[in-house]
Ligand binder design. Structure first.
Ligand SMILES: [Fe+2]
Length: 288
């Protein structure tokens, strides 16, 4: 495995571990952008990242945030994505674990905010056959093009969350603040006017494999964490089975390879946004 030289990819921040899963005085090896790493946790609880090869090099940048260990192998000009809801009270934090996917990180992100698959992949929970149509929504580029949003999304969902009692129309927005991060802000079924967050922090091991670290910040005092986790794992297992079969594993971004349907507006926007970002890693830039 060789480390990528793609500066756009190197200058991002990536979640590589969940802090509570690394006991003091232990270490964990992993891979990021083709580079083998070791995450050490000292007896004082502090984390350190060391390159497994090239020990003489300056160690990668490391920060702890939102319960995760974040690493950048480059010189990022921006901080880790700001998610102010982590500082707010009222929601429960659910660590949804980490799941390996043998595909590019961008395939995972694109699938996460693809509305058109709900009825066929998540039948009975996030969608149903009798309401498969995707209502119109819009895409916006924000923060000087650093963030992509799909806003005003809605969908009739038979069981939108572990707390859902029955079918309802759910309203939500998707935020993609990095090529490898997506957060959904979804209507709470428990607290009217409040949003639940579900987020994916993708750690690309190489161009065609990744680990998805994910969390939920939800208004749900009724269900046990295990019950909530089971709901999410069922959903993700369905997504994973789709991702396993997508070819090419890298995400095509050439305009000639777009899928021209209305419901895929978010996918087209994501691919165009990635294309002009200059990112190479994990993308298939061929025209056919
Ligand atoms: Fe899905």
């Amino acid at each position: 495995m060789t480390r990528t030289s793609d500066l756009v990819a190197l200058d991002e921040w990536y979640a590589v571990a969940f802090t509570a899963e690394i006991p003091k005085g232990s270490s964990e090896t992993t891979t990021l952008l083709g580079q083998n790493l070791t995450i050490h946790r000292g007896w004082d609880g502090a984390f350190q990242c060391v390159l497994s090869e090239g020990a003489s090099e300056t160690p990668p940048l490391l920060k702890e945030r939102y319960g995760f260990v974040w690493v950048s192998l480059g010189r990022p000009s921006h901080d880790i994505v700001a998610i102010p809801e982590f500082e707010q009270s009222g929601r429960r934090f659910i660590h949804r674990g980490r799941i390996g996917v043998p595909s590019s990180g961008q395939r995972v992100i694109e699938n996460f905010f693809d509305l058109s698959h709900f009825s066929f992949v998540h039948t009975g929970t996030l969608g149903g056959y009798d309401s498969a149509e995707v209502p119109k929504y819009s895409v916006e580029y924000r923060e000087n093009d650093r963030e992509l949003w799909a806003v005003g999304c809605s969908f009739v969902q038979p069981k939108a969350s572990a707390a859902a009692g029955g079918a309802s129309t759910i309203y939500y927005d998707y935020r993609i603040p990095s090529p490898f991060i997506s957060i959904i802000y979804k209507d709470s079924l428990v607290k009217v006017g409040k949003k639940d967050l579900i987020g994916l922090f993708v750690q690309p091991h190489d161009e065609e494999s990744c680990t998805v670290h994910s969390f939920a910040l939800v208004h749900d005092e009724q269900n046990s964490p295990t019950h909530i986790l089971h709901f999410y794992h069922e959903i993700f297992a369905q997504d994973r089975s789709i991702l396993l079969h997508q070819r090419p594993k890298k995400l095509p971004v050439h305009p000639r390879r777009e899928i021209p349907t209305i419901s895929d507006a978010s996918s087209i926007a994501y691919r165009r946004w990635l294309d002009r970002s200059g990112l190479q890693f994990g993308l298939d830039r061929t025209s056919n």
